[in-house]
Ligand binder design. Structure first.
Ligand code: FNR
Length: 379
């Protein structure tokens, strides 16, 4: 149902109602907590939305094959990535402008991540500065008497390398533990006008890359925006520029993955940007196996795009992913119920993951092998 603009947005709830029991429940409720324009911006895919739909459809084409009467004793979901413990193979994908969902934006998300020992990847286009977000995570961890959850910084290369380097140095100084270089979204059509109070806080004072028309009737190719798109030499440059682990986000082909590893990438995030860039890309789930075969266990593979449940997660793990990222569900939960909403959504997903692992007879992540997934014929 499309609501009248004047009926939106509802303020965040102060208590989590009992009927919110899944990420899908949060998604259904969330529409009322955004302006119509922000909701469309959040939910839409590019083009005709083929890739957006493919991301979800891929899960329905895969079935799970459980081992009978497996010994579940001693099971757990924790894993190590780049020397840090993650409570589960689940991370929060980088999302621009989280204040669109809630006034506390990324600060609420990092607190929820901290409470649930879940890693967060902070976007270059965050609506608080990367330092503010790191500090919010650190002080909340102090209040809870625990370690801060893993924090990675997502880098969008800036037209001027000095500005990119400045972002990397700031991330290092603020204690970020990895750099995620997103390579698939330099060219994106977006009509969204940011409301007052929401801006790219990290980029204050830097020129925003924009589509600048050039003489000669050029539309996009041949303009400064297209000319500034990331190239392989940029990855080589970044490798020289930082000692932090580098993950490349937005790769879908094994051949490219191999080249990235050769250039020193420490991890890859198989992603089609939630169906927001090249429409026609296959689902992220369908691309994992090709990349996993090419990389052959040399570096960890992460994946995102349409993950909404524990069974979705297990399918990706069986096909070769080490961990899974969620994007839009963060914004849904944040808009509906702020920090407690995000914490609750992470908890729901982790619970579903454990229930699925138990049902599948796989008490440990290493038990979730390729044989546990079948491609359904005719689905
Ligand atoms: C994104 N994504 C994204 N990725 C990135 O590297 N930097 C960014 O700033 C953003 N910003 C962003 C904003 C919004 C509103 C969306 C929906 C997505 C992509 C994101 O990290 C992730 O790849 C997808 O969101 C994963 O798909 P799901 O979980 O949203 O289906």
């Amino acid at each position: 149902m499309v609501l009248d603009v004047s009926e939106r947005p509802l303020p965040p709830l102060t208590q989590i109602p009992a009927d919110l029991r899944s990420l899908a429940d949060y998604a259904r409720r969330a529409a009322d907590h955004f302006t119509v324009e922000a909701w469309r911006h959040l939910e839409e895919g590019s083009g005709e939305g083929q890739t957006l739909r493919a991301n979800r459809a891929a899960f329905a084409r895969r079935g799970l094959l459980p081992r009978a009467m497996a010994d579940l004793r001693g099971g757990e979901t924790a894993l190590d990535l780049f020397g840090r413990r993650h409570a589960a193979p689940l991370m929060l994908a980088p999302l621009a402008y989280q204040r669109l969902a809630h006034p506390d934006g990324e600060l609420a998300v990092v607190r929820a991540a901290t409470a649930l020992d879940t890693g967060m990847i902070v976007s270059t286009l965050a609506s608080f500065t990367l330092e503010e977000i790191a500090e919010a995570g650190r002080s909340f961890a102090g209040e809870l008497g625990k370690d801060r959850a893993p924090l990675w910084f997502q880098l969008y290369l800036q037209p001027d390398r000095r500005h990119s380097l400045d972002l990397v140095r700031r991330a290092e100084a603020a204690g970020y533990e990895a750099i995620v270089l997103t390579i698939d979204a330099a060219i994106k059509l977006s009509g969204m006008t940011l409301p007052p109070g929401v801006s790219a806080a990290n980029l204050a004072g830097m020129p925003m890359p924009r589509h600048t028309a050039t003489p000669g009737g050029r539309i996009l190719l041949g303009t400064p925006l297209a000319d500034a798109a990331p190239r392989w030499e940029d990855l080589a440059w970044l490798r020289e520029a930082t000692r932090l682990p580098i993950l490349v986000k937005g790769m879908v082909l094994g051949e490219d993955a191999r080249r990235a590893v050769d250039l020193g990438a420490d991890g890859l995030i198989v992603s089609n940007h939630g169906g927001r860039v090249l429409d026609g890309l296959p689902s992220a789930l369908d691309m994992i196996e090709d990349v996993a075969a090419a990389v052959d266990g040399r570096i960890p593979l992460l994946v995102d795009g349409g993950f909404r449940s524990g069974t979705d997660m297990v399918k990706a793990l069986a096909l070769g992913a080490r961990s899974v990222l969620i994007g839009r569900p963060q914004m849904h939960a944040l808009a509906v119920a702020g920090m407690p909403g995000v914490a609750h959504a992470i908890h729901l997903l982790r619970t579903e993951l454990e229930v699925t692992m138990a049902g599948l007879g796989c008490p440990r992540l290493a038990d979730i092998t390729r044989e546990r997934v079948i491609t359904l014929s005719g689905a």
